[in-house]
Design a protein around this ligand. Structure first.
Ligand code: NIG
Ligand code: FE
Length: 408
């Protein structure tokens, strides 16, 4: 017999609408329903609207106790399989050292690479699961997860296998990305590493079907535009769609490169140029903004979210969860920063944290909104309406989470 779940006694349902990413002024047009229920059948949303009789039996009745339903968050930029926290570096930053200074002195990404290489595959699986459970408690139902702390064949593969194995038990649906081009390996900043990524690492990853996306960090002192393009085009030829860490600490022409290679997303964009904004606005590449990174790095510089939305770009929001520049799993924290520091509206940031994130993962037809036909990925927040997601800040309002209709 098929299962049918009725979620009733909701204060409100607030959701973007669509099966593709939405851009510009459309981002603030969310649907807000009162006096409505959600019917879930076999893991998918069957019906959203005023209560009425179904022509099939309801097998489970869920009393939402006046909660507000929103789509489960889609966190489309995270770094999950790593070992070793960096709280002492964080403390050094609080004393005045910069992120880039710490990286230059052997810390930063290199210190996580050392700890991740030393970890077993099972330890990485456990770490991914722990972070995924924290994400689910904060309302996330889908998360992209990147490698990039192995920086050699064996350890990049180990990280991606950890994502694959964790996904079997994870409350959050995981979408894997190979970020072998995160940095040069700590044993030497040899440009031949680019050839190793292209000739050895990406083909092995594609052969074992360990990633859907390929990412690179184009930045001064890391990979040049040309090196980034070479990696992304090699990934593309193997069936891995590009994403790009672009214009994070300097304008490196990353946004334009992302558009040129047809990337699913261009991420960070704190230093994007006017030209970069115009290029993204005309494209289907999602501008993925990560304000928790600016916040955590104590930078006054946030990505120009208003200019991007007003120009007509598809904007999404993500945590960038990682031990160095953004140690959080909370998408509502990211929404709070997006509204209070980047002048996005609450409606825009809800769309950005759900449907548009799903679009950048190629999943907008499956998740990211509460609409009939989509997977039942739903978060219930302890609030009379969706504005409380930002208004009632600094606490976790998420009370119940459903993924594929299963109560987590
Ligand atoms: O997305 N930008 C590059 N990589 C990460 C930071 C990684 C780290 O510090 O460990 C980021 O911010
Ligand atoms: Fe990142």
């Amino acid at each position: 017999m098929s299962s049918a779940l009725l979620i009733r006694n909701l204060s409100q349902i607030a959701t973007p609408i669509g099966r593709a990413g939405v851009r510009g002024v459309e981002m603030r047009r969310i649907a807000v329903l009162e006096k409505s229920v959600i019917v879930v059948r076999d893991g998918r949303i069957d019906y959203v609207g005023p209560e009425r009789r179904t022509d099939f039996p309801i097998t489970e009745d869920f009393d939402a106790r006046r909660a507000t339903a929103i789509p489960g968050f889609v966190d489309s930029h995270t770094h999950l399989p790593w070992a070793g926290f960096r709280e002492s570096e964080f403390n050094r930053r609080l004393q005045g050292e910069s992120y880039e200074q710490i990286a230059a002195s052997g810390g930063g990404i290199a210190s996580t690479v050392r700890a991740t290489r030393a970890a077993t595959g099972q330890q990485l699986v456990d770490n991914v699961l722990q972070r995924a459970r924290m994400m689910a408690r904060h309302g996330t139902t889908t998360a992209e997860a990147k490698s990039g702390y192995g920086l050699n064949l064996a350890d990049e593969i180990k990280q991606l296998r950890a994502i694959r194995d964790a996904d079997e038990q994870s409350p959050v649906r995981l979408v894997p990305t190979c970020l072998a081009a995160h940095d040069f390996p700590p044993e030497g900043r040899d440009p031949s590493f680019v050839a190793q990524i292209v000739d050895e690492i990406l083909p092995a990853v594609a052969k074992e079907k360990l990633a859907q996306f390929c990412d690179a960090f184009v930045e001064r002192g890391v990979f040049t535009r040309e090196q980034g393009e070479r990696v992304l085009r090699a990934g593309l030829a193997l069936g891995l769609r590009p994403r790009l860490h672009a214009d994070e600490f300097s304008d490196s022409g990353g946004a334009a490169l992302a558009v040129a290679v047809g990337a699913a997303s261009a991420d960070h964009l704190m230093h994007i140029s006017e030209k970069g904004i115009a290029a993204l606005a005309k494209s289907n590449t999602v501008a993925n903004l990560l304000p928790a990174t600016s916040f955590f790095l104590m930078s006054q510089r946030y990505a120009p979210a208003r200019a991007l939305i007003d120009a007509g770009a598809i904007v999404s929001l993500s945590t960038d969860c990682n031990p160095g520049s953004s140690m959080t799993e909370s998408m509502s924290m990211v929404m709070q920063l997006a509204t209070l520091q980047m002048q996005m509206t609450v409606e825009e940031s809800l769309t950005a944290g759900t449907l548009n994130g799903a679009a950048s993962l190629g999943l907008a037809h499956e998740t990211g909104s509460i609409e009939a036909g989509k997977r039942a990925d739903i978060a219930l927040i302890d609030a009379p309406n969706y504005l409380h997601l930002v208004y009632h800040f600094g606490v976790n309002l998420v009370r119940d989470v459903f993924r594929d209709g299963v109560h987590l």
